[in-house]
Design a protein around this ligand. Sequence first.
Ligand SMILES: [Zn+2]
Ligand SMILES: [Zn+2]
Ligand SMILES: [Zn+2]
Ligand SMILES: [Zn+2]
Length: 304
Amino acid sequence: MSAPMAAASVGLAELGFVEAAPAWRLRSEQFPSKVGGRPAWLGAAGLPGPARLACALCGRPLAFLLQLYAPLPGRADAFHRGLFLFCCRTPPCCAGLRVFRNQLPRRNDFYAYEPPSEDPPPETGESVCLQLESGAHLCRVCGCLGPKTCSRCHKAHYCSKEHQTLDWRLGHKQACPQAGEAPEEELDSMAKHESREDRIFQKFKTKISLEPEQILRYGRGLAPIWISGENIPQEKDIPDCPCGAKRIFEFQVMPHLLNYLKADSLGRSVDWGVLAIFTCAESCGLGTGYTEEFVWKQDLTDAP
Ligand SMILES: [Zn+2]
Ligand SMILES: [Zn+2]
Ligand SMILES: [Zn+2]
Ligand SMILES: [Zn+2]
């Protein structure tokens, strides 16, 4: 389950809210902004693989948090532009964050030149495997590149052992076309340990889909709004883009979204106040694919 975001202009900044929408609205060809579920990738080339989507602190796979459709008017090479934010949800870490930028010209290999239809497409149903038109296989759990496969059927793809285990417990154990052959004892025992974490994440996503409150503030080149006077970055704390350009503020995730994580009793381990995302001022096209940008995390300080 995932939820799209609506935007409302407030001065120069735009505020993002969570609203309900049918699933087809959240597919890549609709250019959605959304929270939770799987990423609706923009370009299908150069997707970040498991190594780039691993937590820099604990090494476990990051979870998709949200994506923003943020084209740059007047920039032919960024007619379509998406930002994809991932966070670590593995206790006790829950601290790693990574953000990726992808952009495409209006005429490209993946999407029609004309804007997408307003009408729902004919229902195609859920397929066993997720596959991009380019032929790349995606992890059934998180929708990121899935180079690993189920060792029995070789049809189900995964980004990592963690997600293979999760899917095993959530039903692939029964649904696997080769079910009943060699038992996967290792997966069985790993799966027992992951149920609580998964329940919490489901609860988080359900809540997100119900709560229409501000979760995001967008304002490329504006100043972020900080939640505390401490741990505000200086200019030197924001690394330049590898292309040589400065990075500028683009959007921030408001504490309201992060409150869900806390309320879900991942507890003391999740203590973000504000996440501020800084992107290349030139929105450069270094190579093709997904360019990593920079996240600044301002923690909540314990108020007296
Ligand atoms: Zn981590
Ligand atoms: Zn995965
Ligand atoms: Zn299988
Ligand atoms: Zn750059």
